[in-house]
Design a protein around this ligand. Structure first.
Ligand code: BGC
Length: 945
């Protein structure tokens, strides 16, 4: 193949016009800009830009120093990497002097380009070391047991504890850091001002094993003299209600880790004279309760503003009547670590779109978008007026709020006014809801535009993807996918944000992780959750149904299709960001999972019918929510076995573990062989011994019967390379036949919907993939959009304009990202952005152009972009009569192969120049594509047919 290093026009006028060489920007440490970390050898990354095309880095140099002034080659006192040959701009491990707790490290980088010319140094950036180890923590766990005040038969919601302490600091304070954590949830303030802007801190973990802390720079919040530290606590994941335990009548429904929320905080002050002072949580603090009468993640908050203790969080408050807090013992094995993920935050505010009166002083507010978050209430009224806010995703046709689908999540906030004539503003602190509509009761005045404001919350994962077309349905679908991701990436990847679940279901997470990475930078988000997964791994090696895993139901254990998240998620993070540390850190756990599969398969490298009859439901969840006869869960388990073996072999290679690479390559081969011998007939058709399942009792939808010959089976077999390349065509024709028999409609569930379109595209059936993708008939993505969705639904027909709600009391979430996994095909096939080396160091651009003749229901223009760890890739195509225009941006330091779809007589212009006959020679062509291998730059390709 030829390399095209043609001069290309630089369409974008960039700020780089005058810069020389490679310009490093977006300096990050552990995936974050200027973070606090407790990683001893933190990883650095930067993004390169250049005024020139076809540029790559050939070497780099990193300087790390303890002050900005020392950031020179001669005085960098922590690390001077020296000129280091290589193209890598990410995952560069700090390899300087050992770093102690609290150390602030400044750094900068420069890069040499392909001609060996050194670029300018970047602007300095920094990171700071947190408290490295538990011994650094001097404070106690303090709290106040208010459990006896919880009332109510079903919902036992005690008030939230308040804690405070005044202390004095001298003149000459130079720097102050506040370290805070809690078992439960905390909000912390200094002199009445909230520390930081994170929400739901310190996050959910297996609290017996580890808890995270946050670090705040509070230098400017303190003053010489008296200061007040104050914190409110809530029950959160530690002590509050969790998941469906109430629904399934589990003997334990709340307080899974502990009953009393507790706080641990440490304020460290440094003076100009070098002296230091530390103030910590201990028995000298004061504790009480206040206006926050009830507080729970699933059930909401009740706040009686009349009970506010004015000035409780400021200096001078009389706390003589407050109690001493109780001190709680620590668990020796519990680690206290820096929160590795992106903080959960209010990421956007939403204005009310409409409000309707419903009689009896009840109003329904429409926020115009299904999201996860809270509302800020702004009201005026008499003391004691009680405002009740209920949250729902949908309205009944008669305009009432629909809340049945929340099941046992009360999701109600109550605010009792103090009667301030100037008006009162309130928002809950320790709960969130999944909703579009809010029912408000108890207003004494007619509401205005300002009465409610929507506050969107979620893990603050930077947006990296864009996707737009000239098809309104597709654009809405993409918006729905991103909103649903935002609503469910809240500290952990949840299934849904509204009902009594909101847990880290592993199946949902594994089918969606690749899609997620196209939309948002999820590197640090999964850095956190993969630890939860490994913490949740069972003794026998199985990964759990959800992580973290409190005991929500006695029978919950593991399930094929779910547990593999323990392999698939780290693999995807490795591929997307070139992250091998996650592989190394989790390797023993992942190997243990593979051992578990080997043991379960009893040396047969296969799961035959009924191999998982001992779990509940039998066989696990299988192709959850599919239509028609079920794909045998054991067959899918076998597919996943082979697939995980492949991923493990690839990851073993990435960390230089040849022995394990060989082991898992072998495993993959053996499992495939066994699958072919057992589940495939001589005609290449998938089969199973359906009689082995009897009447299917105990299996999910087992009464529908089982067959190997399903869309899900072939789609997965193609996607996971289960069958030999020579048999792919056969599998594809079975798949297309099945689709045809089904009126070109999908019948796939959670495990089948993701690979369906990619499998069709991979076997030359892109037109059929588009047909399914653009369909507006049930069941399809377009059907939801046609029925008014602003998010991805758990079921294709969760609501229909004609039929209303069918499943409400059962499972009917309107914010469930699993089927949003089509996003992977949208970016990977429709836009054709295909990674060929981890971190998109090299990639293909191979868009699949939508079929002609669909008019407004088709696509003639599509533009997608992804900001990868190596810079932003753009793939755009525009089809007009007889002409196809492609626009591609290849970031600096990457290589791409652009696949231009051509027919025999096509004429191709590259940046205005005709690609000569030589360029179009047969060697450069596959069947339908002209392939150009290019370096960084911007490429306009015009194909005339
Ligand atoms: C959740 C799913 C989950 C499933 C297990 C449901 O209730 O909402 O998304 O994966 O249970 O099959």
């Amino acid at each position: 193949m030829k390399k095209y290093m043609l001069p290309v026009m630089l369409v974008l006028g960039t700020i780089l016009a005058n810069a020389k060489g490679l310009v490093p920007g977006y300096l990050r440490c552990e995936y974050k800009v200027s973070p606090v970390t407790d990683v001893l050898h933190p990883r650095l990354s930067w993004e390169l830009t250049s005024a020139e095309n076809n540029q790559v880095q050939t070497a780099y140099q990193v300087l790390v120093a303890s002050s900005v002034e020392k950031l020179t080659e001669s005085s960098a006192d922590l690390w001077n990497s020296g000129k280091t040959a290589g193209r890598s701009t990410a995952q560069i491990e700090y390899a300087g002097k050992p770093l102690a707790s609290r150390k602030v490290c400044y750094w900068k980088v420069r890069s040499w380009d392909k001609n060996g010319a050194a670029g300018e140094w970047s602007k300095p950036s920094q990171w700071e070391m947190g408290l490295l180890g538990k011994s650094e923590w001097k404070g106690e766990w303090i709290g106040l047991d208010l459990d006896h005040l919880g009332k109510g038969k079903v919902y036992h919601l005690p008030p939230a504890p308040y804690l405070r302490k005044e202390f004095t600091i001298r003149n000459g304070m130079k720097k102050a850091r506040l370290y805070v954590t809690a078992l439960g949830l905390y909000e912390f303030s200094i002199n009445g001002k909230k520390a930081g802007d994170a929400f739901l801190t310190p996050g959910w973990t297996d609290y017996d094993k580890r808890v995270y802390y946050q670090t705040y720079d509070v230098t400017t919040d303190l003053k010489a003299g008296k200061n007040a530290l104050a914190s409110q606590l809530s029950y959160g994941w530690y002590a509050g209600y969790l998941g469906y335990s109430l629904l399934v009548k589990n003997p334990v429904v709340r307080a899974f880790y502990g009953k009393v929320p507790v706080l641990k905080a440490q304020l460290e002050v440094e003076y100009a004279d070098g002296k230091k002072e530390t103030f910590v949580t201990d028995q000298s603090w004061k504790a009480s309760q206040g206006a926050l009468l009830e507080s729970d993640l699933l059930n909401g908050e009740t706040y009686d503003a009349r009970l506010e203790q004015n000035g409780w969080n400021r200096v001078g408050f009389d706390d003589s009547r407050w109690k001493s807090p109780q001190v709680f013992a620590d668990k020796a094995e519990r680690k206290i670590q820096v929160y590795p993920g992106p903080p959960v935050k209010i990421t956007q505010t939403l204005k009310v779109v409409s409000r309707k009166e419903r009689g009896n002083g009840t109003y329904i507010f429409d926020m115009g978008q299904n999201f996860a978050g809270i509302v800020r209430l702004n009201v005026k009224g008499r003391a004691g007026d009680t405002i009740r806010l209920r949250f729902g995703e949908k309205l009944y046709p008669d305009g009432r709020l629909m809340t049945e689908n929340l099941r046992m999540a009360r999701a109600t906030d109550t605010y009792i006014l103090k009667g301030d004539p100037a008006g009162e503003t309130w928002e809950p602190k320790f709960t969130f809801h999944g909703f579009q509509y809010v029912e408000v009761k108890g207003l004494s005045n007619a509401p205005t535009e300002e009465t409610l404001t929507g506050l969107v919350i979620g893990s603050d994962t930077p947006k990296v993807g864009t996707f737009e077309t000239d098809n309104a349905m597709v654009n809405q679908l993409y918006s729905n996918i991103d909103w649903t991701q935002r609503a469910n990436y809240v500290d952990i990847p949840t299934d849904c944000p509204q009902r009594d679940e909101r847990i880290g279901w592993t199946g949902d997470a594994q089918v969606y992780v690749k899609s997620a990475a196209f939309n948002r930078d999820v590197a640090s988000f999964f850095t956190k959750w993969v630890v939860d997964l490994n913490d949740g791994q069972y003794e026998n090696g199985a990964y759990p149904l959800y992580a973290p895993r409190p005991n929500l139901r006695k029978t919950d254990t593991f399930s094929p299709g779910w547990m593999e998240a323990g392999i698939i998620c780290p693999y995807q993070i490795y591929r997307t960001y070139g992250d091998t540390r996650m592989i190394r850190d989790g390797w023993a756990d992942m190997v243990q999972f593979m051992d578990f599969l080997d043991v379960r398969s009893k040396g047969g490298y296969l799961f035959k019918e009924n191999a998982f009859a001992d779990i509940d439901p039998k066989g696990g969840f299988g192709d959850w929510l599919s239509f028609g006869k079920k794909t045998p869960p054991d067959m899918l388990a076998s597919f996943y076995y082979a697939y995980c073996a492949d991923l493990m072999a690839e990851m073993a290679a990435a960390i230089g573990n040849a022995k394990d690479q060989q082991r898992f390559t072998e495993t993959g081969r053996k499992v495939r062989e066994a699958i072919r011998a057992h589940y495939v007939d001589p005609q290449g058709r998938f089969k199973c011994d359906d009689k082995a399942y009897g009447n299917g009792a105990g299996y999910v939808d087992g009464s529908l019967g089982f067959t190997g010959h399903t869309q899900t089976a072939y789609a997965n077999a193609i996607y996971m390379n289960i069958i030999a390349p020579s048999d792919r065509g056969t599998a594809a024709s079975y798949l297309t036949d099945l689709l045809k028999e089904n009126g070109d409609k999908l019948a796939t569930g959670f495990l089948g919907a993701k690979p369906l379109l990619p499998a069709l595209s991979a076997t030359g059936h892109s037109d059929l993939a588009y047909k399914l993708f653009l369909s507006k008939e049930f069941p399809s993505w377009g059907f939801e959009v046609e029925n008014g969705s602003t998010s991805i639904w758990e079921r294709w027909d969760s609501f229909t304009k004609e039929g209303g709600f069918k499943y409400n009391a059962a499972m009917n979430s309107f914010s469930h990202y699993a089927f949003g996994a089509v996003c992977e095909w949208m970016f990977g096939n429709a836009a054709g952005i295909i990674m060929t080396k981890p971190g998109f160091e090299t990639f293909d651009i191979r868009p699949e152009i939508a079929p002609d003749g669909m008019g407004k229901d088709g696509i003639s223009h599509l533009k997608a972009s992804v900001r990868t760890i190596n810079g932003t890739i753009v793939s755009e195509w525009n089809k007009t009569d007889g002409k196809l225009a492609m626009h591609v941006i290849v970031p600096v330091n990457t290589y791409a192969r652009i696949h231009v779809p051509v027919s025999k007589d096509a004429k191709v212009l590259l940046n205005g120049q005709v690609l000569s006959g030589e360029v179009l020679s047969a060697a450069d062509k596959d069947e339908r594509h002209q392939v150009l291998e290019v370096g960084s730059g911007e490429y306009e390709l015009i194909v005339t047919y």
